[in-house]
Design a protein. Sequence first.
Length: 401
Amino acid sequence: MLKKSPLISLADIKALSEYVINRERTERGFKQSIISMYEYNAKWSNLFFRSAIHVVSFFLRPSSKRKKYMFWGTKFEELILSLPAEEVCIVGGPKQLIFCLKNRRAFLPEMSFWHFLVDELKGGSHPANMQRLSSSISALSQRLRRIADENALLIIDNDSLPAQRAVIQAFRMSGVGKSICIQDGVFQKKSPSHIYHGWFADRFFVIDNNQKVLLVEKGMSAEKIKVMGFHSTPYQPKRVLSPPKHRRICLIGQPWWKYGEERGERYLSILQEITNILQKSGYAVSFKPHPWERGSNYLKNIPDVIDISMAQALEQYDVFISLTSTALLEAVASGRVAVQVVDSAFDADRFCDFSEVASISSGSYELSDELINCVKREPLPKRKEVKPLVKRFQEALSGKN
């Protein structure tokens, strides 16, 4: 018989929204952006949809075999599909259910806490809502305990936002295994430490040793950090790079509006300036929005918005331009040309200092010439072959890196 999980403490409840509150102090509008996203998710968590999802997912319910790898969401699709199918379980909602139906992976539905997290962010820690949120997390904890191996791992894409922290709390309350956060974006030296991910999870798998050194300098324990590399294997395009004068250009979007209006406005201003320079020089320019940008009103004013995967973009385009997106590093690894536009509004390090990405300043008097020269440059020779993702993951688990 399973031991009943205790209710979560007041301190643990407050820890769920701590990151959002801290960022809101310096980036007005950040909290509202998270609330809006969670309100959208909450629409799918009403009784009708939850019941329907439970019915559809009946045949994907975790079997009696205890699961070793629990994933919150499907961000790390390649890793999920590389691990033994019988050892994997995905926790999530409708999108994750579709993935599991397609790929025959075990699925554990969890949508009960979205409304409670919204109320927590909107109104603070009211006793009634805290009780409901605590009960929801406790219930998830018991369900995880039924299916998880005693040394199971919970794998998440960030450990900062309330939903991810709620799942981590539930996993800890279950008394099994450890939580692992896998880095999915490059951290900047100029950024304050409180906006970094990795503080809340038990372990943090990072992109490279430079990022590990940065995190240790910011105060994170070196023992919890392991170098795994990118969370996906670099895509190798079949199409060869186009001649310099005929290169197709893809601007990589980022959800800067979620980090304050001032940054959002500056972001759109830079996009417009870069687009104008390239179009005047005869280049075709497309814009690939970040998933968090989908549905944004300003996309209506951006020409040729494309909704394709990064692999498809790497196949179709020659040059990739962004502000601080990790996708630039992916482009370089795939043999494409990558250009970073550096602007003081985004506290960005220059990617050229630690990678083959070209970095140019937005305020440069010679921005137009510098940009066109970067577009025409030849990519540097590809690096040596990267180890398979699952091997890098297992090595990080074993502590070799």
